[in-house]
Design a protein around this ligand. Structure first.
Ligand code: FCB
Length: 449
């Protein structure tokens, strides 16, 4: 691949990485005593996943992790963000610990360290043990205590080798898709009656941070990965602008203000949201000091006014924007705009930022020579890194960047069709083929040393 685009320059100590999550790549769902998760149940329900796909094998990473770590070493990354499957550690979500599950992550950590890659585990990337869901899941306060207990178990086993930790991935998506709209596991459609879910996720974060701090060496860095995007109104009409404002309340402010400012937005009450799950002392628990804030960014969201309980509807992005295989608009200007907005909103309360996910899906195919040329992904990453650089030049403190994702993988309800990887996966043979973007990212990392 020859492409003369100049690569943006970053500080020499900037951390470069890739992200994955357990359910999307591991497979081996029945292996070594793993318990069932809400995603197993959801995939079993006909019609939930595009094409009837299941994550039974996915990328077979549970067995092929040495090969995948070797790919990462070839890429030259500093950090690898993966998630730990709670049902592998505690098959029923409480009590009994499954040592074979811990052993898997311990081997993964050792394999990474041997290649000079620092592991960054996320404790919850949406695969709740089904037994906890049966007991009420995130609607129940007890789940927050169970999460803290699980965090402590993992920290006791990996804490001597893992310097950076992430509690949750995207509390907004897990609430909105899994509990309000029902398009993700556990498939509940509770509309605006989801305050208890948000609150218990955030409370569990705070309790887990406390458990991690009590267990890990003082040097451990702890954060959370939140999705963020500034909603853009489809037009200047009042009702479209109101929709954008409401989404800002329900997304950024509801999920991140508690962490950094120790309060929920007052507007929740205007929306008639029942906040009775909040009890005295909870906000102090949630607002634990963080070493970094993880931000996942893909695209700006376009909304317009709607009817019904919540007057927000998704709007078509302006036609001139390119779209990814997810239908998401490619518009990197939304990235630096978001980062500047976040810095303005949280000011001195904002810890250093790490971009924990950014990337794009395109319909990548192998050519006659067995190569995958993915210029649109290279252009996407390039534009987003330029936007990131602009935000850093404007004073936003960003310490690292993770591409989503290392491998093509199980994209939740969309199944295997969207390909987000720097590495192509042939699901029939499990053959991995680094795409042109892999080589591009490798050179970018090498050039910034
Ligand atoms: C994020 C998820 C991640 C992946 C990307 C495309 O919302 O955290 O698991 O699905 O989107």
């Amino acid at each position: 691949m020859s492409e003369p685009i100049p690569l943006p320059r970053f500080p020499p100590d900037f951390l470069w990485g890739v992200s994955t999550s357990a359910y999307q790549i591991e497979g081996a769902l029945q292996e070594d005593g793993r318990g069932r998760s809400v995603w197993d149940t959801f995939c079993d329900e006909p019609g939930r996943i595009a094409g009837g796909d299941t994550a039974e094998t996915a990328c077979d990473h549970y067995r092929r992790y040495p090969e995948d770590v070797a790919l990462m070493a070839g890429l030259g990354i500093d950090v690898y963000r993966f998630s730990i499957a709670w049902p592998r550690i505690q098959p029923l979500g409480r009590g009994a610990i499954n040592s074979k599950g811990l052993d898997f992550y311990s081997r993964l950590v050792d394999t990474l360290l041997a290649k000079g890659i620092s592991p960054v585990p996320t404790l919850f990337h949406w695969d709740l043990p089904q037994a906890l869901q049966d007991a009420g899941g995130w609607f129940k306060r007890d789940t927050a205590d169970r999460f803290a207990e699980y965090a402590r178990v993992v920290a006791e086993h990996l804490g001597d080798r893992v310097p950076r930790w992430i509690t949750h991935n995207e509390t907004f998506e897990h609430t909105a898709l899994g509990h309000a709209l029902g398009t993700h596991a556990p498939g509940l459609q509770r509309g605006l009656n989801i305050f208890a879910v948000v609150h218990h996720l955030l409370l569990s974060h705070g309790k887990a941070v406390q458990a991690l701090r009590a267990t890990l060496p003082a040097s451990a860095q702890i954060g959370i990965a939140q999705s963020m995007s500034r909603a853009r109104p489809a037009s200047g009409r009042i009702k479209d602008r109101l929709a954008a404002y409401l989404l800002e309340i329900l997304h950024l402010r509801m999920h991140t203000d508690p962490l950094l400012l120790g309060r929920y937005p007052r507007a929740l009450r205007l929306l008639g949201i029942d906040t009775s799950a909040l009890i005295a002392g909870d906000m102090q628990t949630i607002a634990q000091p963080l070493d970094f804030l993880g931000i996942n960014f893909y695209n700006p969201q376009y909304v317009r006014g709607g009817r019904g309980e919540l007057p927000i509807e998704e709007a078509e992005p302006p036609a001139h924007f390119e779209r990814t295989a997810m239908g998401w608009p490619v518009d990197a200007s939304g990235f630096d705009a978001l980062l500047l907005h976040v810095r303005k909103r949280y000011g001195s309360k904002l810890p250093p930022i790490v971009i924990t996910e950014n990337g794009a899906a395109f319909p990548d195919t192998l050519d006659a020579q067995g190569r995958v040329d993915d210029p649109r992904r290279i252009a996407y990453l390039h534009e987003h890194l330029q936007a990131l650089r602009r935000a850093m030049d404007a004073g936003v403190d960003v310490r690292g960047y993770f591409v989503w994702s290392l491998l093509d993988n199980f994209e939740w309800a969309e199944g295997f069709r969207p390909r987000f990887g720097l590495v192509h996966v042939d699901y029939a043979t499990q053959k991995r083929t680094p795409k042109a973007s892999f080589d591009w990212y490798r050179r970018l990392i090498a050039a910034s040393r």
